[in-house]
Design a protein around this ligand. Structure first.
Ligand code: XUL
Ligand code: CO
Length: 436
């Protein structure tokens, strides 16, 4: 097949002085930072749905994206041709991993059995390209939100037939993920939420969602799928309220339904923003629960209140993400998946390259800066010192459970008024800026 991007070379590293828009300025895949290469730390993945399938439409206008290789038909041949283009893209970008939904890679057929056959055919093509290039599948997932049958949800639909269909679709997507050696499998609750409580039995819907996840865990054991399951929190869009609204809500759900041993979180920056949290907040919540699994790397726009899925370019953001990730010991089966699309006005194939270069460079800088901040030690020392009253004396007794209200009343009555120290937020913000 002729190249889809004949004018784009394999993106080289040229360093910070380079003015070449098709070169990395900071991402040098084999540069070692703290004992691991950048590639090993960052585990970048390309998102099939945005890169190959996003037409860049918005509610007021049709798609603008130019994809000369795509005949826009729903044929399996067209789907298979896209795979070749995608792997050329991954190769030229130096992306080691990719992620997909079943329906991005293969067309939905007239029946479930036709859809399954289409998926199997395209999985065969994906496998051939993986084998030929060494690229790997980070995670797979099932699209339980586009087709009208899922208007009331998949696992949380009011219809038990739709639940059954969802299970069938997840089964096929898990089979595909296993066949491709996927390192993970994601559940993003596409329409698992409600539009109005007037027609909703929330308890029943949540019970059913948990059933679907338990079935997935059982099926993984049955087929020998060793990948990590992830839940991806998001508070709204498309529904008014999504049950997996943020990291804390997901963790509560996983604990309530005895799923903590089987799931970690796949956190997405734009979803954190929609939940009125910072991404760092979501990362800390997940890390504290030992459930920081994977990251969908993107960002929203401060003036737009929706899921704009922009490429991450903010160095403060990538630094915060990498700080939390390094503290969590890095990725195991997760990675940094660019769940992001160029703007509608950036409609040419070359824009896909600029977008990913920017995101990868921003994370390379975030990694270097976060590593330097940790090595420097002043930030961690400050926090440790701030809590040092808990390391001995009365603090240690409280933490170990040796004392209760009576002892603490006695203690406070016999001691002077407590003194407290400044939180030094501004000093710490300046400290971070020393490294940016
Ligand atoms: C939607 C979203 C999804 C998931 C996978 O906002 O982030 O693309 O990442 O279903
Ligand atoms: Co996502």
């Amino acid at each position: 097949m002729a190249e889809a991007f004949p004018n784009v070379p394999k993106i080289p590293y040229e360093g910070p002085q380079s003015k070449n828009p098709l070169a990395f300025k900071h991402y040098l895949h084999n540069e070692v930072i703290g004992g691991k290469t950048m590639k090993e730390h960052l585990r970048f993945a390309g998102a099939y749905w945005h890169t190959m399938r996003n037409e860049l439409s918005d509610p007021f206008g049709v798609g603008t994206s130019l994809k000369p290789w795509d005949d826009r038909s729903d044929s399996v041949e067209n789907a298979q041709r896209r795979v070749g283009v995608f792997f050329e893209f991954l190769d030229k970008m130096g992306l080691e991993y990719y992620c997909f939904h079943d329906r991005d890679v293969a067309p939905e057929g007239a029946t479930l059995s036709e859809s399954n056959k289409n998926l199997e055919a395209v999985v065969g093509t994906l496998k051939e390209h993986q084998d030929a290039t060494g690229k790997k599948l980070l995670w797979g997932t099932a699209c339980l939100f586009i087709h009208p049958r899922y208007m009331h949800g998949g696992g949380t639909s009011c219809s038990s037939d739709v639940f059954a269909y969802s299970a069938a679709q997840v089964k096929a997507a898990m089979d595909a993920t296993l066949a491709l050696g996927g390192e993970g499998y994601v559940f993003w609750g596409g329409r698992e939420g409600y539009t109005t409580l007037l027609n909703t039995d929330m308890k029943r819907e949540l019970d059913h969602l948990a059933k679907l996840l338990h079935m997935a865990v059982d099926y993984a054991a049955q087929i020998g799928f060793k990948g990590q399951f992830f839940i991806e929190p998001k508070p709204k869009e498309p529904t008014t309220h999504q049950y997996d609204s943020d990291a804390a809500a997901c963790l509560n759900f996983l604990r309530e339904y005895d799923l903590m041993d089987h799931f970690q979180l796949n956190l997405e920056t734009n979803h954190a923003t929609l939940a009125n949290h910072s991404m760092q907040h979501e990362m800390v919540v997940a890390r504290n629960a030992g459930a920081l699994g994977s990251v969908d790397a993107n960002t929203g726009h401060p003036q737009l209140g929706w899921d704009t899925d922009q490429f991450p370019t903010d160095i403060y953001l990538t630094t915060e993400i990498m700080l939390e990730l390094l503290k969590a010991g890095g990725f195991k089966q997760g990675g940094l998946n660019f769940d992001a699309k160029p703007r509608r006005e950036s409609f040419e194939p070359i824009d896909l390259f600029h977008a990913h270069i920017g995101g990868m460079d921003a994370f390379a800088r975030g990694l270097k800066i976060a590593h330097a901040i940790i090595e420097d030690g002043r930030l961690d020392d400050f926090v440790a010192k701030r809590y040092s009253s808990w390391d001995s004396g009365i603090g240690a007794k409280i933490e170990s459970g040796e004392v209760g209200f009576s002892e603490l009343s006695e203690y406070s009555l016999s001691n002077p008024e407590p003194t407290v120290e400044s939180g030094r937020q501004e000093m710490l913000e300046n400290l971070i800026n020393e490294f940016i």
